[in-house]
Design a binder for this molecule. Structure first.
Ligand code: TXA
Ligand code: MG
Length: 359
């Protein structure tokens, strides 16, 4: 199939590109569209045949449920058979925004969408194009991240095309996304609500709004325990570049020294590096080197989250066999970034100071 590339002119329901995408969904087709977190691969959430195409295009395991997107909280809550008071409080505080709530599934939501579960994950995205598209379509849109299963999530329309060109009907280009990591998935069917996947809304913010939430337990470096995550999708290899990836822990000074050494040792295999600006300066490397990708200032975890998936894709594109990724502090949004780092590296990590001592 030929994938239509459509650029949004104005984020309005009447926009010609948005209207063309509405027609695609009405025919039961697939449209990739921007949200504030990452691009989603959308289909009509209430049409089982349309939803089945999402699983096929992504190569997604059939037991991994989809997030359903709605234009506002009322329409999102229509998808649930019961809406606890906490959910309404959370909607007031965080919607539109990068929070997904798991609620009991209403009967009219097909089991294809929820992968057979009696719960449904819903969210109202905080992106003008996504909201205009949802309003124009007038019905909820199921959308996982618009990548081939297991690959880094797309934060630009070009990332979507790298993975899905020829496999989906259209991509709606609304520019790069803002947050860069996915939404927080919160199970609101349990007391207190439980974080299934850390994401754009931090645990601190949720705790402030609700009084208490529980999260996946933290291992020594602050990573979430992969085995303990209960979101079905969290058990799969995820967010991973083609290259073998390794997380590198330590101060920028130690990371710069360790990576300089590794680069010399592995000169022949040309490894790639995803690092902070501080580390780049200390190592005296050039930013224009295609095997080096700068995530931004080490203190700016928001920028690092925004750039993380793009960095993995660019280094894959540069053809490196190995990628060393500087670990940022796992606080605030850094918890979600750290979770994606652990998954992309499948837990492989190097302590820069210990490595330097071993030389
Ligand atoms: O930011 C986001 O959440 C993006 C944008 C497009 O909205 N979407 C996204 O979807 O990341 P996806 O499919 O890549 O991740 C959805 C996660 C998976 O881990 C899935 O298992 C979990 O949400 N999930 C969906 N429905 C669930 C349910 N009923 N119970 C528990 N987990 C659920
Ligand atoms: Mg995904």
């Amino acid at each position: 199939m030929k994938t239509l590339y459509l650029r949004v002119q104005t984020p309005h329901p009447e926009d010609p590109a948005i209207q063309a995408c509405v027609r695609v969904l009405r025919r039961g087709g697939l449209v990739a569209f921007p949200t504030e977190t990452v691009y989603g691969l959308g289909a009509d959430a209430l049409e089982p045949e349309a939803v089945a195409k999402i699983f096929k295009a992504k190569g997604r395991p059939a037991d991994n449920p989809l997030i359903v997107h709605a234009a506002d909280a009322d329409r999102a809550f229509e998808l649930a058979s019961d809406v606890p008071g906490e959910a309404r409080r959370l909607a007031d505080a965080f919607w539109p925004g990068p929070l997904t709530m798991v609620l009991p599934r209403a009967d009219h939501v097909p089991l294809e969408t929820t992968a057979g579960l009696d719960t449904v994950a819903v969210r109202v995205p905080a992106h003008a194009v996504a909201l205009a598209f949802l309003v124009a379509y007038g019905s909820p849109i199921a959308a996982p991240s618009a990548n081939v299963s297991g690959r880094p999530s797309p934060t630009k329309a070009s990332h979507v095309l790298q993975d899905l060109d020829g496999k989906i009907d259209a991509v709606l280009d609304g520019g790069p996304t803002g947050v860069g990591v996915e939404s927080t998935v919160l199970d609101v069917t349990v007391r207190p609500p439980r974080i299934l996947r850390p994401g754009g809304v931090t645990e601190e913010a949720l705790t402030k709004a609700l009084g208490a939430v529980t999260g996946p337990s933290k291992a020594p470096h602050g990573e979430t325990d992969i085995k303990e995550a209960r979101s079905p999708g969290m058990k799969y290899r995820h967010y991973a570049p083609k290259a073998e990836a390794v997380a590198v822990h330590g101060s920028p000074a130690d990371v710069a020294r360790a990576l300089t050494n590794l680069r010399n040792v592995q000169r022949k295999s040309k490894p790639g590096f995803l690092i902070s600006r501080e580390t780049l300066r200390l190592a005296r490397w050039s930013e224009s080197d295609p095997t080096v990708y700068v995530l931004g200032q080490r203190t700016d975890v928001e920028e690092a989250a925004r750039r993380f998936y793009d960095g993995l894709r660019q280094l894959d594109h540069a053809g490196v066999a190995e990628i060393y990724i500087e670990a940022y502090p796992a606080v605030g949004l850094g918890v979600a970034l750290y979770d994606r780092l652990v998954r992309a590296t499948q837990g492989k990590a190097l302590d820069a100071a210990a490595y330097l001592r071993s030389l």
